[in-house]
Design a protein around this ligand. Structure first.
Ligand code: GTP
Length: 601
């Protein structure tokens, strides 16, 4: 070994930290990534930044050039940063590794004009759950009225150029964001005031448009990784590769390929790999390792160029036979000189870790990747919504069959996260009255489902109420006997509740309730009606009694309630009936319970 070679344990065996960008729609995730990549292309020497499949690697020397005086490459021994190209928490959840999140570190983009929005909150929850360290990019500072831009400047230099009013305005917005972070339980501050990034979230004001603050952002990311993650970045560079499937794609000339983020070891052209699938893991031989062809050569046949090996951390496309069943979010492991069975077992274990515990009753959940399925399952678990079946893939007719035969009508629903509904499934859903909720925002799916449950419950209550006899107490008015019997026709006043036609009438003269007869007609002001409410004076026809014998003028009578109905009314519908009816019910129950304390319980 010559003196100039680096010692064994430095950059050679420390991998690049993997960075994900999250945030609410339109807050500038893509623009920020583009800016970082763009600045890297401008600053770096040709070829210094490398385009990976699904990721962009920005090496340390490029970062230090962009960051100007902020980063001294001699202070660092991590090789740079690997940015995942697809922003959003959707790809973040897909990117899982054995221990949880695949991204080692995240940038949460928040628009300074908008502050926290639903997807910001969702992203924060995902970050907290996966315990991923993150910093906040408070984006679009250039839109603060009166902002005086300076392309790609460090943010403090930029802020110094602004008028007091503009600076005050920026501060106000930043403190708003800091306050919102603290509401979420994160102690946060402007990044230059944060000493301990492990326990505090640093907020970096940036503009993805002018590039201001981008040097700071890269510096903080680099510093954070170096300081707190160096140990985790130590890998066996020659060891068998381990990665996660980002996407399963058909590629002309290669068949089905998988885009993989490799986070450990190395993958070689002649490797056997094991890939997680919906069934048994796939064991197959690498046919080609592909990376994007540099832009200058894009005119050639293929967009890809073959490489013979690649080490972590990197993004790579793998072409191999039998990848059709591969699943986004599933693990990929290189076998190398181990037993195939051993590696298959590892992959199965990993899949089992992600598997959602299904219950006997519950909802059908579909998602596009294993990671998002897991995130859905977590969110549903928190909302105490059970899952009967959770799978990766589009909504298919068999999913409708499962949902359509649910015992509980509240479970006749499917939550579809970022997947399509096959057209025959759509038809079947209509026929089976299965509701499908589709969105790429988890909280929205849950919110919509909860609304659906509420609506269904209400409709159910109403239907039940319709079939249930309503309580009423009424009194025969003096001098209002129109007919003695067959049927008896008398004038009554409803004292409380709702008197319905075709119900039985009881009296409580003695201890036992006594059925008097059946109501055969109600007339209000000469018209036949189906029911009468509290306060109404109506004439009624009762089949059974004779006035002067079983009933007298002045008697208080009741609608007879079936014990089962009384129970449902008291236990389930008491909030859905008017107060006077509730009184009638209570008095009715009391009368029965004097005789039998457990009546209607
Ligand atoms: N003025 C200004 N505009 C910005 C900035 N960052 C992003 N924008 C604009 O905001 C809009 C949304 O930016 P995107 O980068 O597409 O946002 P995104 O978060 O990636 O959005 P989705 O990918 O749709 O979730 C675009 O019109 C950008 O040009 C910024 O720093 N300053």
């Amino acid at each position: 070994m010559s003196d100039t070679e680096p010692p064994e344990s430095t950059a050679a065996s420390l991998r690049t930290p993997i960075v994900a960008v999250l945030g609410h729609v339109d807050h500038g995730k893509t623009s920020l990534l583009d800016k970082v990549r763009g600045s890297a292309v401008i600053e770096g020497e040709a070829g210094a930044i490398t385009q990976h499949i699904g990721a962009t690697a920005v090496p340390l020397d490029v970062i230090s050039q962009i960051a100007g005086g902020l980063v001294d490459p001699d202070d660092f021994d991590l090789p740079g940063l690997l940015f995942i190209d697809t922003p959003g928490h959707h790809s973040f959840t897909t990117l899982r590794s054995r221990g949880g999140a695949l991204a080692d570190i995240a940038i949460l983009v928040v628009d300074v004009n908008d502050g926290f929005q639903p997807q910001t909150e969702e992203a924060i929850e995902i970050l907290a759950q996966s315990q991923t360290p993150f910093i906040v990019a408070a984006n679009k500072v250039d839109t603060v009225p009166g902002w005086n831009p300076e392309e790609n400047a460090p943010i403090k230099q930029s802020l110094d150029r602004q008028s007091d009013r503009v600076r005050g305005d920026v501060d106000e917005r930043l403190y708003e964001i800091i306050g919102q972070l603290s509401d979420k339980g994160f102690s946060a501050d402007m990044y230059w005031r944060v000493q301990d990034f492990q326990n505090n979230v640093g907020v970096v004001p940036v503009s993805a448009m002018t590039g201001e603050g981008v040097p700071d952002l890269l510096t903080v990311m680099m510093g954070l990784s170096q300081r707190y993650m160096k140990e985790e970045m130590a890998i066996d560079v020659a060891g068998p590769g381990v990665g996660t499937v980002l996407e399963v794609k058909e590629e002309k000339g290669f068949g089905t390929t998988i885009d993989v983020v490799l986070y450990d070891g190395v993958v070689r052209e002649d490797d056997t790999i094991v890939v997680g699938s919906s069934g048994e893991p796939i064991v197959t031989d690498v046919r080609a390792l592909l990376k994007p062809r540099p832009l200058a050569e894009i005119r050639t046949e293929s967009r890809f160029e073959k490489v013979d090996q690649l080490k972590a951390a990197s993004g790579i496309k793998i072409a191999a036979p039998e990848l059709d069943r591969a699943m986004a979010g599933a693990p990929v492991r290189v076998v190398r000189d181990r037993e195939i069975d051993e590696v298959v077992a590892e992959v199965q274990d990993e899949l089992a870790d992600i598997a959602v515990d299904a219950e006997e009753q519950g909802l059908v959940v579909k998602a596009d990747t294993l990671g998002s399925l897991e995130a859905m399952a977590n969110a549903l678990g928190e909302a105490e919504i059970p899952i009967v079946r959770a799978e990766v893939g589009d909504v298919a007719p068999r999913d409708i069959s499962v949902a359509g035969t649910a015992e509980d009508p509240m479970h006749e629903a499917i939550l579809a996260f970022n997947v399509d509904v096959l057209s025959d499934a759509r038809q079947q859903a209509e026929a089976d009255d299965v509701r499908i909720f589709q969105s790429d925002v988890i909280y929205r799916l849950i919110e919509e489902y909860e609304e659906f449950v509420e609506e269904r419950e209400q409709a159910q209550q109403e239907a039940v109420l319709e079939n249930i006899t309503r309580p009423s107490r009424f009194q025969i008015l003096p001098d209002h006997t129109f007919r003695q019997n067959d049927p008896a026709v008398v004038g009554v006043e409803i004292l409380s509740g709702t008197l319905q036609n075709n119900t039985n009438v009881v009296a409580f003269d003695g201890k036992e309730p006594e059925r008097i007869g059946q109501l055969k007609g109600i007339q209000k002001e000469g018209d036949d009606v189906d029911e009468a409410r509290k306060g109404d004076r109506v004439s009624i026809a009762i089949d059974g009694p004779t006035v002067g014998r079983q009933i007298e003028e002045g008697d208080e009578l009741w609608t007879e309630l079936h014990e089962k109905h009384a129970k449902i009314l008291e236990q389930e519908l008491v909030d859905d009936i008017p107060p006077d009816e509730r009184d009638a019910l209570q008095m009715y129950l009391d009368k029965h319970r004097r005789r039998d304390p457990f009546w209607g319980k």
